[in-house]
Design a protein around this ligand. Structure first.
Ligand SMILES: Cc1ncc(COP(=O)(O)O)c(C=O)c1O
Length: 409
């Protein structure tokens, strides 16, 4: 991976001409950062999706190669998950091997199933703003709504007090993403306990998404305090660096998992190679994750040092308990979508504009992830001040209207 990156060749991803009415006029720009970044994948420093590029390839590649040689892909996998995988997932979470578990194509699929099955029209889910909005979209698909509590101010997370105040007779669930995408806020054991108690006292469902838990200094599963009604969404996308293979799932009480499985469309099981890779990653994670975490922390400290040296940008949350955080640009007067585009097209550095993560505050920040080789961070550190300065100079230039593409991490 090292040494192969250079700023990509710039192509014309500008506005498209089309006929409209009598004359020819410019339509909205058609720039799609994901299309561009995938087209230039080998040259781009990918800091936009919280993916983990630090797991040694030896962890999963031999297992994948052996599975391919064995032509495991010819048959359907065991629908409930390949033999031994469920036990590895549960051991990794510190749970008994009898705990009910969904193994799905990423946590995303299990989240969809559970929310479709357990929520109904009129239900309200308490969640945060900013947040990982794909989950909010699934809530809406179930006919329910989210009440998004504004957490873009200290302590930058939900509290038992703010949640209690927001509860009404329609409240059915609390969404607790810990650590939180995008801010990187984490919850202490006492904070998790207090939130679980609120859920318990009001007989609410508690959805605890722990996708980033391995990056945190310490982590407590909410189900520790409220096992009867807590669903825990887990994933190997970020901890094991397997986002492209799509494997994750959910654990919870028997009755809720059974309900959720009613919406399982992957009746014939999920990708067998993903399962093999997940087993290889989970069974060895204790040997290599400390190094991943150390590099991730060093990377975020280097970015923090840069941000501190620039007068008009700030880091709301530091240290992040995940592998990403947000950089607030509001005082610089630079639009996140413009910065995203400039960093990508001119410097080959892919970060994420905030509008994908918050309707209210998304116009203030970019999200940057940093479980990457230090060379990618070097590239970011070099590019960010240059791009910021250029955009501040161009204050008169019409801002990019690159849309937030839903459905991407
Ligand atoms: C909070 C959260 N949950 C779930 C996911 C998706 O997980 P998976 O890749 O396992 O579908 C993401 C991806 O970014 C995420 O941020």
């Amino acid at each position: 991976m090292k040494g192969r990156r250079a700023a990509p060749v710039r192509r014309d991803y500008g506005a498209r001409r089309s006929s409209w009415g009598r004359g020819v006029r410019l339509t909205e720009p058609t720039f799609d950062p994901f299309l561009y970044a995938h087209e230039h994948r080998r040259e781009v420093a990918w800091l936009s999706q919280n993916t983990n590029h630090l797991v040694p390839p030896e962890v999963v590649q031999p297992a994948l190669i052996a599975a391919i040689r064995d032509r495991l892909y010819e048959g359907y996998p065991l629908a409930s998950g390949q033999i031994g995988l469920k036990e590895l997932v549960l051991a990794d979470l510190g749970l008994p091997s009898t705990t009910a578990t969904i193994i799905s194509a990423g946590a995303t699929e299990a989240l969809y199933m559970a929310l479709r099955a357990l929520l109904h029209a009129g239900d309200v889910v308490l969640a945060s703003d900013p947040s990982y909005l794909i989950i909010h979209k699934f809530i809406q698909l179930a006919g329910a709504t989210t009440r998004e509590l504004d957490i873009y101010a200290p302590p930058y997370k939900l509290t038992a007090g703010s949640l209690s105040e927001a509860i009404t007779p329609h409240t059915r669930m609390i969404l607790l993403i810990d650590p939180l995408n995008p801010l990187g806020s984490g919850y202490s054991k006492d904070e998790v306990r207090a939130i679980a108690e609120v859920a318990h006292d009001h007989r609410l469902l508690l959805l605890n998404d722990v996708t980033y838990r391995d990056f945190a200094d310490s982590h407590t599963l909410a189900r520790t305090f409220y096992p009867e009604r807590t669903l825990t969404a887990w994933s190997v996308s970020k901890n094991c660096g397997l986002a492209g293979l799509r494997l994750g799932g959910m654990v919870g009480p028997d009755d809720l998992i059974k309900e959720a499985l009613r919406y399982n469309t992957n009746d014939l099981g999920v990708n067998v190679l993903a399962q093999v890779a997940a087993a290889a990653g989970l069974s060895t994670k204790s040997q290599w994750f400390a190094a991943v975490r150390a590099t991730t922390r060093a990377n975020q400290e280097r970015i923090r040092d840069l941000v501190q040296s620039l007068p008009e940008v700030t880091l709301p949350v530091f240290p992040s308990q995940a592998n990403m955080f947000v950089i607030d640009l509001a005082a610089a007067g630079v639009a996140p979508a413009d910065l995203q585009r400039e960093l990508l097209l001119t410097h080959g550095v892919f970060v994420r504009a905030g509008n994908y993560l918050s309707a209210t505050h998304g116009g203030r920040f970019v999200r940057v992830s940093f479980s990457n080789p230090p060379a990618d961070i070097d590239r970011f550190l070099q590019a960010f001040p240059v791009a910021l300065k250029k955009l501040r100079k161009n204050e008169g230039v019409a801002p990019s209207s690159a849309p937030a593409a839903a459905g991407r991490a």
